[in-house]
Design a protein around this ligand. Structure first.
Ligand code: ADP
Ligand code: MG
Ligand code: MG
Ligand code: MG
Length: 678
């Protein structure tokens, strides 16, 4: 979430009158940033993670695991603690930061300072994550635990799932049948966001996840836990009038999506060109990492037939009107909009010669006047399209105190639109008056149960980003195929049941890339000279930025039709390689590691992280989603009716906590050597 400005948020009827104002000034603010920083170059790699937690309270006597709604007190406490630590140490850099999130049961943490490209920093990621988790854990109440669980299995069930209990009848912002008002962070921004999405859309959001049909699940499944006949809020009839689908898990509020936790990674690029190049290269990687990190098979007390949060979050903030969704002819609205504000990327943005116009092959409406304004300011067509595409959206929360801003010194209106376009990747311009450069944020991953796994996935993504730049890799496929991958990635056990579109030849023409042989790479620090890599090139001492581009071949270079550039592969092939021509993403990362000057211990530990990913990919370790699904289905109290009861949920959460702390073995889920070092 962006900054939490203080102020008075306007209800939708008033806020919408300022939509054009916010867009116009938002673009002015972007142009000021552009003018000042478009030529900024030479920024070093800095990067950081964001980890979201849900605070769960155990009621051991009642055998219930509930969401603790003490976010405000917890954050105040953590702020005091971190301030004390900082003043003890006389510096703030190494002291983590805790941030509020949408759910009143959620926390987010980030490292005190971003990691640098120093090789030692790679090994500090897991300990930094653990330090943050332990800090939060230490200052919570007895029986309260910060969990990195993507979705809470019993959010929105009848009965008690929060501590303290709150009644959904008081849900004045969402009008939900299931979630009380108190589920939402009380800061004015969040209830307003919730209410304004509903008002703008003209109905409640409607989320329908396919139910996992088990042996005893009644068919058709008509959910008995939906209060079908309630007549309290104007929208209560929607469920019975068709918003709630048979054989689905129906959810009707922003809290179901924005109450999920994820793992995000932000990198600083050398300059704006490299940021755009990296953004594009990671677009096709986003669905793959979603499938690999799948961790959310349980929703509102049921087992779903999907493993991931993405579509839930997407539908939970879908503020498009009937006209925009194509259900009615356009009359009051300006655009037909194919996707929710929370969705996969719709446009590649790099001007690199790899990027063929054919890859941007889906309809992504843009605001023509804004596009022309950006073009008139000498911004190229691709970036102008990107920004004017984001700016088709209305601002959802407008504070009366900050309507008029100094556009040379604020990016608030720009960020209002930018930060409520929640896409798989985010291209982040430098903030005003800050030393930070052009950045890219990778946003598709589900948060993992342990920090060992979170560190492994964070490291994999940052190493892959360097491999992309170092070897000049080309991952482009048509964006319609990335969208198809996004849909496939969320299916049950997608990792092993689905095939994904991927590019066949990822190397630039004339590349001399040679696949490292497993023995050479595993023992690389022991064999040849420790400081010399392939062809006698000295090994690098850090992860860096600012790589030279692959030169565009001159005459005689012919491109194959786009359809011949990609094929469907299993995730195992994409990760581990296929034939001689494609070493797989893990192979590319290993080859990149071979260019770095590691000592043996560091290299071995990094191999340990990659090995987790390798074993998840080949199925010798399960994803969290599969492990959780199997735990529920093998629980003695499970009736094979798709229902996750209070007791099953309690036992599941206890088990996950014990796994995280290393006191319960789960060798089908984590490597045998996993130990919590708390
Ligand atoms: P948001 O919620 O807007 O995505 P956060 O501030 O929560 O952003 O997290 C940003 C992440 O970026 C943190 O992990 C932080 O350490 C990292 N970061 C901070 N400064 C830089 C920088 N200059 N370059 C790259 N990453 C940075
Ligand atoms: Mg967050
Ligand atoms: Mg954040
Ligand atoms: Mg973020």
């Amino acid at each position: 979430m962006g900054l939490l400005a203080l102020g008075t948020p306007l209800p939708w009827d008033e806020a919408k009158r300022y939509a054009e104002h916010v867009r116009t000034h938002g673009i002015t603010q972007f142009l000021h940033i552009w003018d000042r920083l478009k030529d900024r170059c030479g920024d070093e790699l800095m990067w950081g993670d964001e980890i979201e937690y849900m605070v769960i309270k155990f009621d051991n006597e009642g055998r219930n695991a509930k969401l603790s709604l003490r976010q405000t007190e917890i954050l105040e406490k953590l702020k005091t603690i971190t301030n004390d630590i900082a003043s003890d140490r006389g510096e703030t850099d190494s002291v983590p930061t805790f941030h509020p999130e949408y759910g009143r049961f959620m926390l987010e943490s980030t490292p005190g300072a971003p990691y640098t490209g120093a090789l030692a920093d790679l090994l500090s990621v897991e300990s930094d994550m653990r330090y943050r988790r332990n800090l939060a854990r230490k200052y919570l109440k007895p029986n309260e635990i910060p969990f990195t669980l993507t979705s809470f299995p019993r959010l929105g069930v009848p009965g008690v799932f929060t501590e303290p209990y709150c009644d959904p009848r008081d849900a004045v912002s969402s009008h939900s049948l299931f979630l009380p008002e108190e589920i939402t962070n009380p800061h004015a921004r969040f209830p307003t966001l919730t209410a304004n999405i509903r008002r703008r859309r003209g109905s409640k959001v409607a989320i329908n996840l396919p139910l996992f049909i088990d042996e005893n699940t009644p068919r058709p499944f008509i959910d008995p836990t939906i209060p079908w006949d309630r007549n309290l809020y104007a929208e209560d009839h929607e469920a019975r009038d068709g918003a709630a689908l048979p054989d689905h898990i129906y959810m009707d509020a922003m809290g179901f999506g924005m109450g999920c936790c994820c793992l995000q990674i932000t990198f600083q690029a050398c300059n704006v060109t490299e940021a755009r190049r990296l953004y594009d290269a990671l677009v096709p990687v986003a669905p793959l990492m979603l499938a690999l990190t799948a961790a959310s098979p349980l929703w509102r007390g049921y087992i779903a037939d999907v493993d991931c949060r993405w579509d839930v979050v997407s539908a939970s903030v879908d503020d498009r009107t009937d006209e925009e969704r194509g259900l009615k002819p356009l009359n009051e609205n300006r655009f037909r909009i194919p996707k929710s504000r929370y969705a996969s990327v719709s446009l590649y943005i790099s001007e690199h010669w790899f990027n063929r116009p054919e890859y941007n092959d889906i309809y992504a409406p843009h605001d023509e006047a804004i596009y022309e304004r950006l073009r008139g300011h000498d911004i190229d067509s691709l970036l102008s399209k990107h920004i004017s595409h984001l700016f088709i959206r209305d601002p959802l929360v407008v504070f009366s105190e900050t309507i008029d801003q100094d556009d040379t010194n604020s990016n608030d209106h720009f960020e209002n639109i930018q930060s409520t376009n929640w896409q798989t990747l985010r291209f982040k311009p430098p903030p005003v008056n800050s030393p930070i450069g052009w950045r890219v944020e990778f946003r598709s991953m589900e948060v993992q149960i342990t920090d060992f796994e979170n560190a492994a996935f964070a490291l994999f993504v940052v190493l892959l980003s360097r491999a992309i730049l170092n070897f000049n890799l080309n991952f482009y496929i048509p964006i319609s195929k990335v969208d198809e991958n996004m849909a496939r990635a969320q299916r049950r056990d997608a990792l092993h049941t689905q095939r994904f579109f991927f590019r066949k030849d990822v190397f630039p023409p004339g590349s001399t890339f040679t696949t490292p042989t497993p023995t050479a790479s595993a023992a690389s620090s022991g064999t040849s000279s420790p400081v010399e890599g392939a062809n006698g090139v000295p090994k690098e001492k850090k992860l860096r930025n600012c790589y030279p581009d692959a030169p565009k071949p001159e005459n005689g270079f012919r491109r194959a039709p786009v359809e011949e550039e990609y094929e469907e592969m299993t995730l195992e092939e994409i990760m581990n390689g296929k034939g001689d021509a494609f070493p797989g993403l893990l192979g590319l990362v290993v080859a990149y590691l071979d260019t770095l000057d590691f000592d043996e211990t560091t290299r071995l530990r990094i191999e340990g992280y990659l090995d987790l990913i390798r074993r998840r990919t080949n199925g010798s370790l399960k994803t969290a989603a599969t492990w959780i699904r199997e735990f529920v289905r093998s629980h003695p109290e499970y009736k094979f009716d798709s229902v996750v009861s209070q007791e099953i949920n309690y036992d599941l959460v206890v088990a996950l906590d014990e796994i995280e702390r290393g006191i319960r073995k789960a060798e089908d889920f984590l490597p045998a050597g996993y130990r919590s070092k708390s």
